[in-house]
Design a protein around this ligand. Structure first.
Ligand code: TYD
Ligand code: MG
Length: 404
């Protein structure tokens, strides 16, 4: 019997705060009871650390928590917990167990408010013959946990491993099943990490948070732009990108190195941006801006281990490479570092990207006097020419700050 929407009772779910502002934001205001959140990230990025910190805060706030680890022993989890300086990590009950049936029985018996399952690929269901981590196993594990979580009102943080290139390989098959998918990005050796929502039934996917890995756990970085701008080198091959991390503007430094190759097939190495995107930018640079990289190795890096997954980064990559190839710094008339953003079209045109106003006000906030961007330059050739010649980019001093 269909019901008119007007007569459907919809209560606004009460949220459980993880005590980590950036994480709550990305979740859309905290964890929703009975929901399943998938946290994907590569090994070493800090998934266990972040989830343990969330439980530590929840435990300190009097919530019932449970940490299920199918990867580490209880002793290893304790050693990590001892390092953390937030909440009450030592109060978290842990279960080191790989058997799904045992975990489900524990969940039904303990009925915590919030549970972490670390990880979905290492739990194993005896019902299936296939190995842990196979698509069938991962589906079964997540499906069964979800069944119990919904019926008992447990908020579950499901940890999933992703491959190096950022794809939620095994967990990809779970994206339609879970309520929220968070991606934890960054590299083990680097300081900075970002968390962003790629799917969220209870909030927007525009939120992202920046963290720094310290000796006592992950710390939210609220002044990321300031740090990256202060560290920018201004040497040939360096440019500041006005990027968007979700709905938030973030200034990051993009660096490039171009060097004559001794290899048959020159190297094209990208860290922090997509490899295929780099290939496209190099092709457009060669074809439409007269900067052919022919037989040179090209390295591009987003400083700090930040990963930028948006087309607005194209122009920064192109300018950094052009500047490195020519051995000339990108000049701004004002003497401040040159900033930029914009997407490259295949015909060499610069295309506008979302949130130009927020990007420009972030640049203005950090006194970056000039921003090369699509409303100012129509083609890559023109922008490269202006950047290398120190011509007038868009001056932020005459901009009205729309959202400062
Ligand atoms: P971890 O959370 O175990 O990563 P994941 O579960 O995603 O594989 O931790 C990642 C790394 O962070 C690990 O190599 C050790 C380091 N680390 C710190 O630097 N500081 C800390 O306080 C903690 C707990 C870990
Ligand atoms: Mg781990």
């Amino acid at each position: 019997m269909p019901v008119r929407l007007a007569s459907v009772v919809a209560t606004h779910e009460q949220r459980l705060s993880t005590g980590i502002g950036e994480l709550d934001n990305v979740l859309g205001g905290g964890l929703v009871p009975g929901s399943l959140v998938l946290l994907g990230g590569s090994p070493g990025v800090g998934k266990s650390t972040l989830t343990t910190m969330a439980l530590a805060n929840l435990a300190a706030a009097g919530r019932r928590t449970l940490y299920v680890s199918a990867e580490e022993s209880a002793a290893q989890i304790r050693l990590r917990a001892e390092r953390l300086s937030v909440g009450d990590a030592l109060a978290i009950p842990v279960v080191a167990e790989t058997d799904l049936a045992t975990v489900l029985a524990t969940l039904e018996q303990e009925r915590p408010d919030v549970c972490v399952v670390d990880s979905v690929q290492t739990l194993h269901s005896g019902e299936l013959a296939s190995a842990s981590g196979s698509v069938a196993q991962v589906r079964e594990v997540a499906g069964e946990i979800m069944r119990v979580a919904k019926s008992a009102g447990i908020a579950v943080l499901l940890v999933g491993h992703v491959t190096k290139d950022g794809a939620l390989a095994g967990p990809r098959v779970l994206e339609h099943l879970v309520d929220c998918v968070l991606q934890f990005e960054g590299e083990r050796e680097r300081t900075y990490r970002t968390v962003r929502a790629v799917k969220n039934r209870f909030g927007s996917t525009n939120e992202a948070g920046v963290f720094e890995m310290r000796d006592d756990g992950l710390v939210e970085v609220l002044d990321a732009s300031a740090r990256f701008v202060a560290e920018a080198t201004h040497a040939p091959g360096s440019v500041v990108l006005c990027a968007m991390e979700g709905a938030r503007p973030l200034l990051v430094e993009v660096q490039a190195l171009v060097h004559g190759s001794e290899l048959e097939q020159p190297r094209r190495v990208a860290a922090g941006i997509d490899r295929n995107r780099l290939a496209l930018v190099l092709a457009v640079l060669g074809r439409h801006a007269g900067i052919g990289l022919g037989h040179a190795d090209v390295f591009v890096n987003v400083v700090g281990g930040i990963r930028i997954d948006e087309p607005g980064a194209d122009l920064a990559v192109a300018l950094a490479v052009a500047s490195a190839a020519r051995g000339r710094s990108l000049q701004s008339v004002a003497g401040s570092p040159l900033a930029c953003f914009g997407e490259l079209g295949l015909t060499g045109e610069l295309r506008s990207v979302a949130h130009a106003d927020r990007r420009l006000s972030e640049a203005a906030k950090f006194k970056l006097g000039q921003v090369l961007e699509p409303s100012r330059y129509r083609t890559l050739r023109a922008a490269v020419g202006a950047g290398l010649a120190g011509l007038d980019g868009r001056s932020t001093s005459d901009l009205q700050l729309t959202s400062a």
